[in-house]
Design a protein around this ligand. Structure first.
Ligand SMILES: Cc1cc2nc3c(=O)[nH]c(=O)nc-3n(C[C@H](O)[C@H](O)[C@H](O)COP(=O)(O)OP(=O)(O)OC[C@H]3O[C@@H](n4cnc5c(N)ncnc54)[C@H](O)[C@@H]3O)c2cc1C
Ligand code: SF4
Length: 352
């Protein structure tokens, strides 16, 4: 049946913003989130502060969630999954399942915002021994530690003296097939390096990188202050292995500026893992018949000039479901998807 409703799948930053804007444009919205709480990765993975203003992640997400829960046009369903989608643009039927019961809602348009997951560093980058060495952690683990207010060496609970970041773990890696840059990890690592220097002022912090990729204001607000004010050491180099030695970690590789082998001792090593499509993005692209690219991210129809329209009429995709994205990207594409979804409903003649 023709409907003026927009169904948004995924209530992370992208889905929350898409829902908020579609409702602001006059459409009723059903926002589906499979977890019990909305907020996406910044909430589910306990992010501490967000780039580039170091705003508290819980506070920022609470603001986005409030804007949705306080809007009468938005029906938010947590703990709910989409089981089937039938129909066509303007008149979809979306099957939902929650707590053992099922129902369906009509929708004129659908926005997919099912996001990403962190690269699993134990999967293929075994030389870093993520699952074997407790003091090898990821940037996602480090966010949790920083949020807890205490940054310690996990195996001893003691204050670390030397902390290293290794960039591009699971990204820009032809061997594992993830040739793309995950966009956010250089900025996140530099942000965390600043936070660690503030929490543990005596610790020396090193970032081993292939090349640092900072976008827009992240360069002047994070990268330069990290070096100039917070004395973070950036070393251009490739790390090939991490080994335990006398209660510490030996980090081995090559200093590519000096062109010589390098071996340094650290207390904590943080792997800057990249972004991969979430399980939900993979599952939903199957249910919605959306083509994905070779990495599993949803393909949009018109690439650079239209980053949200998919090849299935009436279905739009935004945020990290479409490819590595920071919050700026996610919010911008959410707005574009919401505007296109409501405009499609209007052009089908359904009053909004
Ligand atoms: C360690 C780390 C720190 C970061 N910090 C920053 C930062 O400081 N600043 C910044 O700009 N960016 C940061 N990012 C990037 C930021 O996390 C993403 O840009 C943002 O989360 C993307 O939002 P999203 O809504 O598209 O995806 P997600 O945040 O992944 O949200 C997707 C939502 O969809 C839900 N979902 C998935 N599948 C389904 C399904 N089948 N049905 C219903 N719901 C489903 C998920 O549960 C989730 O709630 C960071 C990334 C990492 C890895
Ligand atoms: S953002 Fe930096 S760490 Fe992440 S993949 Fe790109 S270059 Fe590597």
């Amino acid at each position: 049946m023709p409907s003026n409703r927009v169904v948004v799948i995924g209530a992370g930053p992208t889905g929350l913003e898409a829902a908020r804007l579609a409702a602001e444009l006059g459409s009723p919205v059903t926002l589906i989130e499979k977890k019990d709480v909305p907020g996406g990765m910044p909430i589910h993975a306990d992010y501490a502060a967000l780039t580039h203003h170091f705003r508290d992640a819980s506070e920022a997400m609470a603001e986005m969630i409030d804007a949705v829960t306080s809007n009468d046009l938005i029906d938010i369903r947590t703990g709910t999954e989409v089981t089937a989608v039938d129909g066509e643009a303007g008149a979809f039927t979306v099957g939902l399942a929650a707590n053992g019961s099922s129902e369906s809602v009509d929708a004129g348009a659908i926005i997919l915002a099912t996001g990403f997951q962190h690269f699993d560093p134990g999967r293929e980058t075994q030389q870093y021994q993520y699952y074997e060495l407790p003091d090898v952690v990821t940037i996602a683990d480090a966010e949790k530690m920083i949020k807890s207010g205490s940054f310690v060496t996990p195996s001893t609970g003691k204050t670390p003296e030397r902390v290293a970041f290794i960039q591009c773990v699971g990204s820009r890696d032809r061997q594992i097939g993830n040739e793309y840059c995950s966009k956010v990890c250089c900025g996140i690592s530099s942000k965390q390096a600043i936070e660690i220097r503030q929490m543990v002022p005596d610790a020396r912090v090193f970032i081993f990188y292939i090349d640092m990729r900072m976008y827009g204001y992240w360069e002047n607000e994070i990268y330069w202050p990290a070096q100039e004010e917070h004395k973070v050491n950036y070393i251009k180099g490739i790390i090939t292995e991490i080994l335990p030695k006398g209660g510490r970690l030996v980090v081995r590789g090559e200093d590519t500026t000096m062109g010589r082998p390098m071996e340094v001792e650290m207390d904590v090593v943080i792997l800057a893992v990249g972004m991969e499509p979430s399980e939900g993005t993979t599952a939903m692209s199957g249910i919605l018949n959306l083509p994905t690219n070779k990495y599993g991210f949803v393909e949009t129809a018109h690439d650079i000039l239209d980053t949200v329209t998919t090849t299935v009429p009436g279905i739009f995709a935004a945020g990290a479901a479409v490819g590595p994205a920071d919050l700026d990207d996610s919010i911008a594409s959410a707005g574009a998807a919401a505007a296109k979804a409501v405009s499609l409903i209007r052009s089908a003649g359904v009053p909004v």
